[in-house]
Write a protein that binds this ligand. Structure first.
Ligand SMILES: NC(=O)c1ccc[n+]([C@@H]2O[C@H](COP(=O)([O-])OP(=O)(O)OC[C@H]3O[C@@H](n4cnc5c(N)ncnc54)[C@H](OP(=O)(O)O)[C@@H]3O)[C@@H](O)[C@H]2O)c1
Length: 240
């Protein structure tokens, strides 16, 4: 993007974990960044300062993605940057593995409201703004069509499976506008709070994934003009 005006990338749940790593890589790739956070205000501010050192402009905006009004405010903040929105990454995902027989309706509602409805609110706002060449990348989970994870977290897997269908449906609907939607679905990532433990032994390629492995798939999608509605599993063959 050398010589061109920098475009805006909005990453949800970006103050820590995978979202933080993606912001660092996107800044180095030439994007200015709008960092969405929910509770990690200090981490978001620290990340924004770090992105500045990489030469990117960065803004932070608190928003609970499950709340449509707060997502509208998030995108108003995107408008306020004066940059053209070119990329949105729906990275927010909550995971609290409980067997379906033990789950209460509160957790069910929270998971669907955050992982699925949140992404829906974000997509709706984004699709009203993205121009031809713009794209949305939704973060799923490997094996999300199996709807099964070690006998638990079924709410999580259903939310991600539905998000994949939303990705495909919107990809078909917006392809004529030149706007692409894809999903990147990690397997078990090392150094994450959702760590299952002992996953490398179950991964055909013999190790947990890294945030950098996920970035490589996203980096590919950024320039993959003919790819839409795809789901790239970054899982070392896990759950094949
Ligand atoms: N880590 C893994 O092993 C793994 C594997 C497969 C897929 N994934 C997917 O990868 C994505 C990132 O995972 P991660 O491990 O990096 O997650 P994480 O460390 O648990 O971080 C989750 C992020 O989501 C934000 N968040 C939660 N609820 C929110 C809400 N209602 N509104 C706005 N932000 C909210 C949190 O913000 P605050 O900190 O500001 O509260 C946090 O930054 C998720 O979609 C997850 O499902 C992860």
């Amino acid at each position: 993007m050398a010589g061109e005006p920098r475009k805006l990338a909005l990453v949800t749940g970006a103050a820590r974990g995978l979202g933080r790593h993606l912001c660092l890589r996107l800044a180095a790739a030439g994007y200015d960044i709008l960092i969405n956070y929910l509770s990690s205000e200090a981490a978001a501010a620290k990340l924004a300062a770090g992105l500045g050192e990489l030469g990117a402009a960065a803004w932070t905006q608190r928003a609970d993605v499950s709340r449509e009004d707060q997502v509208a405010a998030l995108f108003a903040a995107a408008d306020g940057t004066g940059r053209e929105l070119a990329l949105v990454i729906n990275n927010v995902g909550i995971y609290n593995p409980i067997a379906l027989r033990e789950i209460d309706s509160g957790q069910w509602q929270r998971t669907i409201a955050t992982n699925l409805n949140g992404a829906f609110h974000v997509c709706r706002q984004a699709l009203g703004r993205l121009r031809a060449g713009g794209q949305i990348i939704n973060i799923g989970v490997a094996g999300n069509q199996l709807n099964q994870a070690e006998g638990s977290a079924t709410d999580y897997y259903i939310s991600k499976a539905a998000l994949l269908q939303l990705t495909r449906a919107l990809a078909a609907e917006y392809a004529p506008d030149g706007v692409r939607l894809n999903m990147v679905s990690p397997g078990q990532l090392a150094n994450s709070i959702g760590e299952l433990g002992g996953a490398p032994g179950r991964v055909p390629l013999g190790r947990d994934g890294s945030f950098e492995d996920v970035w490589q798939a996203i980096d590919y999608l950024l320039g993959a003009d003919y790819v839409t509605g795809a789901n790239i599993e970054v899982a070392g063959g896990y759950r094949l």
